[in-house]
Design a protein around this ligand. Structure first.
Ligand code: UD1
Ligand code: MG
Length: 452
């Protein structure tokens, strides 16, 4: 089949400089959802009709398998599809999708495609409140006769609750003729794609309909209100999927997945968490409230306390992380590592059973096993122009408030006294301290405030 995605509209009611089809649901542009679903159907040609905000739309959605048809002026949905005609293959069916209707499932589209190769097939839905939609007009026998737009409908037609979702499968061989015969003598002065239904009926071609599993599958976005509603619906669907697969969610209404969340058994997720990109939680991982995890792998049994922010990190099994821990790109933690509150780790490897429990910055470091990083420890990895590496070998103990001025190495089993500013390598199995000797000055007096 061919697939044509209509994405030329401006979306005035979004009140935004961003073209409507680029607004995100679950962190992904509306039209990207449609393109991704379209791809699973393996079309011969995948054509996007663009117009408003064309350059941004094209650069954002660019991919090798997409063909672009420009609709310079938005003269209606029929006119939009007509722009794609030169790009169509001879494949018997052409499926029309809307770039602002993101959640239609591939299964629903498959059903519509199977409704008949030599038929015109329309995805319709019965709405309690059909206002604004094109209505499906049927004869006494229930055969579809035509679609009438809200603005052109009689009172009787407006009472029909079966509406056109806009999604259609059209016999490719008839498309050019039908679109060539469209007239714009209607309330909106547009070339309506929907008018091809009556043309098909005139030719005696069967017109079939199919319905989606859920109404949300065919909801479009015209405003920020609808965008937010669709986001919640989509997140609720994802949450239900996670629950059915055995994940424990403290509240399925308070989770956001903006990518893919893979999980093992007995994973538990508290409220307010956001998962972005590819996140992988192994068996029995627990995620506390209000954590943000982006492109993160977490090993089995690791517990993440509240308010953590992790990005591009690999976390070993049985770790204890947070609250308030931050892992930045390039962090790799071995098994049973503890990273506590207000500890920031960037581009560093930390070996098994090592701990940094309070207030530290670890950047560009290689830390061995069973290392204890004291509160307030800082790797000084940056001289304003260059980054340098800190190496801390196994079984090192780093006293509180230590600065490691990189490049520097702390030998295996070494101890650094609290308050050390390490500028040279520390030898193994020895205590290294860099602070001045403690003095007590007798007779010294605190300055006194002068009373005014
Ligand atoms: C359309 C249908 C209506 C259906 C409704 C479902 C027609 C005439 N009407 O109405 O039966 O119930 O969708 O939501 O088809 N677009 C272009 N170029 C244009 C016009 C539109 O690319 O010249 C794109 C828009 O960006 C949008 C889609 O086509 O993605 C639908 O256009 P819209 O103007 O929203 O059509 P509706 O009036 O809602
Ligand atoms: Mg619309």
């Amino acid at each position: 089949m061919n697939i044509v995605i209509l994405a030329a509209g401006q979306g005035k009611r979004m009140h935004s400089n961003l073209p409507k089809v680029l607004h995100p649901v679950a962190g992904k542009a509306l039209a990207q959802h449609v393109i991704d679903t379209a791809r699973t159907l393996q079309p011969e040609k995948l054509i996007v009709v663009h117009g408003h905000g064309g350059a941004v739309v094209q650069s954002t959605l660019a991919a090798d398998d997409i063909l672009w048809a420009e609709q310079a002026q938005q003269l209606g949905t029929g006119h939009a599809v007509a722009q794609a005609i030169p790009l169509l293959s001879a494949a018997p069916q052409t499926l029309v999708l809307y770039g602002d209707v993101p959640l239609t499932s591939a299964a629903t589209l498959q059903r519509l495609l199977q409704a008949g190769k030599d038929a015109l097939s329309i995805l319709t839905v019965d709405l309690a409140c059909p206002t604004g939609y094109g209505r499906i007009v049927r004869d006494e026998l229930g055969h579809v006769q035509r679609i009438v737009e809200e603005k052109d409908a009689t009172a009787e037609e407006k009472a029909v609750r079966e509406v056109n979702t806009g999604i259609m499968v059209i016999p490719t061989a008839r498309l050019a003729d039908w679109l060539g015969n469209l007239k714009n003598n209607n309330a909106q002065g547009e070339y309506y794609l929907t008018d091809i239904v009556a043309l098909a009926v005139d030719e005696g071609l069967p017109v079939r309909t199919a319905q989606p599993e859920g109404e949300w599958e065919v909801l479009g976005v015209n405003s920020k209100v609808q965008l937010a509603e669709l986001e919640r619906q989509h997140q609720r669907n994802i949450a239900d999927g996670l629950l059915l697969a055995g994940v424990r969610l403290a509240d399925p209404a308070r989770i956001d997945v903006r990518g893919t969340l893979r999980h093992g058994r007995d994973v538990a997720i508290d409220v307010g968490c956001v998962f972005e990109g590819a996140v992988d939680l192994a068996d029995a991982v627990e995620v506390g409230p209000y954590c943000v995890l982006k492109n993160v792998k977490v090993g089995a049994g690791t517990r993440i306390a509240a308010f953590c922010h992790f990005e591009d990190a690999i976390i070993g099994p049985d770790g204890v992380l947070g609250p308030y821990a931050r892992l930045r790109p390039g962090t790799e933690l071995g098994p049973e590592v503890h990273i506590g509150n207000f500890v920031e780790v960037k581009k560093s490897m930390i070996g098994a059973q090592s701990k940094a429990n309070h207030l530290a910055y670890i950047g560009d470091a290689e830390i061995g096993q069973r290392v204890n990083v004291g509160a307030g420890t800082i790797t000084c990895n940056y001289d304003g122009a260059n980054k340098f590496k800190t190496i801390i070998e196994d079984d090192v103990f780093i006293g509180s408030d230590t600065q490691l001025v990189a490049p520097v190495t702390v030998g295996r089993g070494a101890t650094l006294g609290a308050g050390t500013t390490l500028t040279k390598n520390a030898p193994p199995d020895a205590l290294t301290v860099s602070r001045a000797k403690q003095l007590t000055l007798t007779g010294w007096q605190r300055p006194q405030k002068v009373k005014k």
